[in-house]
Design a protein around this ligand. Sequence first.
Ligand code: NAP
Ligand code: G4F
Length: 325
Amino acid sequence: MKRALITGITGQDGSYLTELLLGKGYQVHGIIRRSSTFNTGRIEHLYQDPHEPEQRLVLHYGDLTDSSRLVTLIEKIRPDEVYHLAAQSHVRVSFDEPEYTGNTTGVGTTRLLEAIRMVGVDTRYYQASSSEMFGATPPPQSEDTPFYPRSPYGAAKVYGYWMARNYREAHGLFAVNGILFNHESPRRGETFVTRKIARAVARISAGIEQNVYLGNLDAVRDWGYAPEYVEGMWRMLQADEPADYVLATGTATTVREFTQWCFERVGLDWEKHVQFDETYLRPTEVDALIGDASKAMTDLGWKAQTMPEQLAHLMVDADLAALDR
Ligand code: NAP
Ligand code: G4F
């Protein structure tokens, strides 16, 4: 049985990846943070009692700021594959907490890579790199596009990207960077714009709220569906040679268009319910991200299936259904 270790298992991608790997027969180990309230909601349906004889989902406390714990866990689990997904992943928040973001999203990556090197375990490593690294470089963006990060988060991810490449080139680690464009789902954190809109639309249509407050409606993003992207992560680690890959739909959608699609789904006029709030603007914005994922198609046979309008509809439908529960 293959063993995988997932950092960030409680996040959107971690939860879908856990489902995928359990379905493929892996034993999955996940690192969770100690918190005063439960933070395992997204993987609750997968939870297995530790007293079960053949437990295939095992959770361990740990934190990206705690290097000795990472060494202990790598030594204990000896994973065949490591998916490093944990991060302070919110771009707007990274302007408020640049040092913490650098410590976790950036240096946290080095702590994990160094734990793997020190223990000397033979493993394959996935680095959750981001289209946010392209920042101000105009689209379309591919694996060869230069980085120009526009946020502390983007800068921390560029550092993590180069550390993963360095461990590949300097230490021979099978390390890959998945440069993923925005991917969303009903499990997306409530403060990212797609989920914020979908959730608000459901609540407005149910009469619970009247308005939603948003920032920049002109930003262009390439929004795909998260379950398809975690499958791409897995494919990257099954390749013969380690390499870096963009995953994207190749489509361009403004925040305004996404908003309109969500409101149309429930028969409402978006302009009557959306208000501007400058709190949600960023000191520097990433104007347009549109990915070219042709390398992933050629080498891995990966292609995005769900397009942004369909994604908007499925997210609104899920938030409507959640209100009925
Ligand atoms: P997410 O939902 O925000 O999940 C982040 C995960 O990291 C959570 O499990 C969180 O734990 C954990 N975490 C945060 N700080 C930690 C720390 N100090 N120690 C240990 N764990 C910590 O993110 P996601 O959308 O699933 O994205 C997964 C990864 O891909 C992230 O690295 C993100 O930056 C990157 N990425 C995402 C996208 C996207 O569009 N979703 C695109 C490109 C790259 P808690 O649950 O306790 O908070
Ligand atoms: O949903 P967002 O916060 O995602 P953003 O900044 O693109 O970052 C996400 O995708 C990255 C990949 O490119 C990941 F690496 C990162 O971890 C994260 O998952 O914002 C999308 C756009 C931005 O241009 C923002 O300015 O929506 C705009 N926006 C407008 N109003 C808003 C809002 N964003 C948020 N979060 N909240 C608003 O009210």
